[in-house]
Design a protein around this ligand. Structure first.
Ligand SMILES: O=C(O)[C@H](O)[C@H](O)COP(=O)(O)O
Ligand SMILES: [Mg+2]
Length: 268
């Protein structure tokens, strides 16, 4: 963690600034993040967290509103997605179901998927996110649901996951096999820097875009979200970005982490 994060957040709160913690990581729910913040000593409320799983669940429950009974969600991902779907009252299957965390059995599974006996006829949506347990069986089932009319949505489509000061396959890589098999391009996704995520955050928190700035860690997601005219236009604050020149070329102002105490001045 960067130095002085709790102090910086406290300073912002003391100036009456509204804080929203935005993450594309679908493996954790807002409640999971609250626990993580507690462990790190960062004061935060569950309601201040906005994740891609929650964003997708809100879209499915409040905007898409598929008519029952064909409104169940087949999940390709971890418990964060399941928790947020449950919080919006959406029925789901797949996800962390241990019976699907296995190799496909060619002697039986192809037939059972093809004849529908391994499928739930009420699935109307396939929702994919970062999946630490990807396998052929789940991909094949998801593919069949989509072939039978289910809508493919994604929490987010990041190519990589930054971990341990390196990069690993991200949510977009998790669903890449499915996307290739379906052949219709990327699914609608709800993470940064999508307009869907932006609209959802703005809808929930009612903030003024022209007086908003975003602190992020990557040019391809967080930073674009901050400068592409959707969030504050040209102002963003960096806490560590590898391609600073590219960011500057976009006309953004930057503040090194060491001067993050100026954040309040920037926000006025
Ligand atoms: O692949 C992903 O899902 C993302 O790379 C990852 O979860 C990071 O999300 P962030 O919290 O940085 O938005
Ligand atoms: Mg990030």
């Amino acid at each position: 963690m960067f130095d002085n994060v709790p102090q910086t957040l406290e300073m912002l709160r003391s100036k009456g600034k509204q804080l929203v913690f935005v993450t594309n990581n679908s493996t954790k729910s807002r409640a999971d993040y609250k626990k993580k913040f507690d462990k790190l000593g960062i004061p935060a409320k569950v309601d201040e967290v906005f994740g891609s799983s929650y964003s997708a669940a809100v879209y499915i429950a409040r905007i898409l509103r598929l008519p029952a009974p064909k409104n169940k969600v087949f999940v390709l991902g971890e418990s964060g997605i399941e928790q947020e779907l449950a919080s919006e009252g959406i029925s789901y299957l797949g996800g962390t179901d241990p019976s699907l965390r296995r190799d496909i059995d060619p002697a039986t599974d192809f037939e059972s998927i093809a004849n529908g006996s391994l499928l739930d006829p009420d699935v109307g949506i396939v929702l994919s996110g970062l999946d630490f347990h990807m396998n052929y069986l789940k991909t094949a089932i998801a593919f069949q649901y989509i072939q039978r009319g289910a809508i493919h949505l994604a929490t987010n489509i990041d190519s990589t996951l930054p971990m341990a000061h390196s990069f690993f396959p991200g949510a977009g890589a998790s669903s890449a096999a499915l996307v290739k098999a379906v052949g219709k391009g990327e699914p609608t996704s709800f993470g940064k820097p999508s307009q869907a995520m932006m609209d959802a955050i703005e809808g929930k928190f009612q903030f003024d875009r022209s007086r908003t700035c975003m602190v992020g860690d990557r040019l391809n997601t967080d930073i674009q979200f901050g400068i592409d005219g959707k969030l504050g236009g040209t102002l963003a604050v960096l806490t560590g970005v590898s391609k600073k020149e590219e960011f500057l070329a976009e006309g953004a102002k930057t503040v090194p982490t060491a001067y993050v105490d100026k954040l309040g001045d920037l926000l006025g």
